[in-house]
Design a protein around this ligand. Structure first.
Ligand code: X90
Length: 275
């Protein structure tokens, strides 16, 4: 029996060695061109282009056919998608599941709505790989991963929410708060998969300290952390140093790819952890 994990590119995980894995790209689109969020994308050049570009920019999620293609011919597929509250990704995966299971009645697909994005999706993918390696049944893996997902969290520090606001993914009220006076937004993926602002902080140092405080308030006591940054490796490392000064952790720092760079914007960091 073959198992495959398929996540959309908002996980910032274009490849993964721990299992048969595929990343399905979202796209960043303007009136002039389209940036596909895959290994060929130069995110720094994209952000520079977009800074210079005066027109509208947005994003689009993978369609049913793109999910289906990523399923390949696996017997059992687990999809991990960005929160269905902010994107149509999960919905398209669910439709792809229906087509796949109808075409191949012996195959099964489990679609997981992360209610999150980025590094929390990475934790889910890694856990799935571990469960598959234990040779558990498809049903048992589904039960255990859904249980695991109730314990993982995503927190972030954003330098700007301009693109989130322009694309209606955050309330205008939150949008007003950033972009001036050196303000950073510290927040989390809420229980229903929306962007929830917890604090406004002045400066990066204060923002990172606040990030650790809110992690602690959500049950963090060390363990696995996955950190993603938008062209800000220094802040990612500073956050890790801060966390490690108090806790034993097993950490990975990785850059955000296209989708998250577009929405989180230069300078931001996200952290996924187990509560
Ligand atoms: O379908 C699409 O076009 C994609 C839309 C995605 C919109 C949200 C992207 C968020 C990226 C920003 C900070 C973390 C927010 C977490 C909220 C759950 C990252």
């Amino acid at each position: 029996m073959s198992f495959k994990i398929v996540a959309d590119s908002s996980a910032n995980l274009l490849s993964f060695a721990g299992a048969d894995y595929a990343s399905v790209p979202l796209k960043i689109v303007t009136d002039e061109r389209e940036y596909v969020d895959d290994v060929n994308l130069d995110t720094s050049a994209m952000l520079d282009d977009l800074d210079a570009y005066k027109g509208k920019s947005g994003t689009s999620c993978p369609n049913v056919g793109e999910w289906l293609e990523a399923f390949g011919d696996a017997d059992y597929v687990f999809t991990v998608a960005i929160t269905s509250n902010l994107s149509g990704c999960h919905n398209a995966a669910v439709q792809a599941k229906a087509v796949y299971e109808e075409q191949h009645p012996e195959r099964k697909v489990c679609c997981l709505d992360s209610l999150s994005t980025g590094p929390e999706m990475v934790l889910i993918v890694e856990k799935l790989a571990g469960l598959i390696a234990q040779q558990l049944s498809f049903e048992e893996i589904e039960t255990q991963i859904r249980e695991y997902m109730t314990k993982t969290h995503l927190m972030f520090m954003l330098e700007s929410v301009e693109n989130l606001a322009k694309n209606g993914r955050v309330s205008p009220l939150i949008a007003k708060a950033v972009g001036f006076l050196n303000i950073r937004i510290v927040g989390k993926a809420s229980d229903v998969g929306t962007l929830q602002q917890l604090h406004k902080c002045r400066g990066e140092k204060k923002g990172l300290e606040t990030l650790l405080t809110v992690m602690e308030e959500h049950g963090f006591t060390g363990g696995k952390v996955r950190i993603n940054h938008a062209h800000n490796p220094k802040a990612a490392q500073a956050l890790l140093d801060l966390v490690q000064s108090k806790y034993e952790v097993e950490a990975v720092i990785a850059p955000m790819t296209g989708l998250c760079c577009f929405y989180a914007e230069r300078g931001s960091v996200m952290i996924g952890f187990e509560g």
